[in-house]
Design a protein around this ligand. Structure first.
Ligand code: SF4
Length: 177
């Protein structure tokens, strides 16, 4: 289920560490950054399955931490399960193996993604931080545009999902920053 997330500034939380691994869920976060920045979701011939705006966002976090001399790297997994909320035991073990080289992990994802990291790293001293904030569930129409670009037309939903009858207007929606 796509979750609408907004970036959260975690630099102050992380600038005191020597090393930080940025772990991202490859589903909702790239979708949300693409929507918020009004940029292409995918440009497959140039960037494969990566969302350029999301990659730039990760790079901006790494640049900000580099000014505090924090060593960083980025990590994600698409196979066998891309949704971080559903990562298998083997995927969690791979995260554990990778994160052992770092003092802290920054999760770009929802609370459930963060729980996956906490679960994987529960027997370590590695500190886990969440770098995005859940705002609501969301919906978008994926469109293919020439030349070879995929965009998302966003449909704001109520910040508090309705129970029962759904198709009524609501004024309480989130606007991309
Ligand atoms: S972990 Fe969260 S952000 Fe990732 S796919 Fe699941 S609901 Fe979306």
């Amino acid at each position: 289920m796509p979750i609408f997330l907004e970036p959260r500034d975690a630099i102050d939380d992380l600038k005191g560490f020597q090393s930080v691994l940025i772990v991202s869920c490859p589903i909702c976060p790239p979708m949300c950054v693409s929507i918020q920045q009004k940029k292409a979701f995918l440009v497959p011939l140039k960037h494969g399955v990566k969302t350029p705006a999301f990659e730039d966002y990760i790079a901006s976090i790494r640049d900000a931490l580099a000014t505090y001399k924090v060593r960083t790297d980025a990590f994600t997994m698409r196979l066998p399960v891309p949704m971080m909320c559903l990562w298998t035991g083997r995927q969690r073990a791979r995260l554990l193996k990778r994160a052992r080289e770092f003092e802290a992990v920054l999760v770009l994802g929802c609370d459930s993604a963060t729980y996956t990291a906490v679960d994987a790293l529960r027997d370590t001293q590695c500190k886990v931080f969440q770098g995005m904030q859940v705002k609501s569930i969301t919906n978008a129409t994926m469109k293919y545009r020439s030349p070879a670009t995929v965009t998302l037309d966003w449909h704001p939903l109520p910040s508090r999902p309705k129970i029962g009858k759904f198709n009524e207007p609501s004024e309480e929606t989130h606007t991309p920053v």
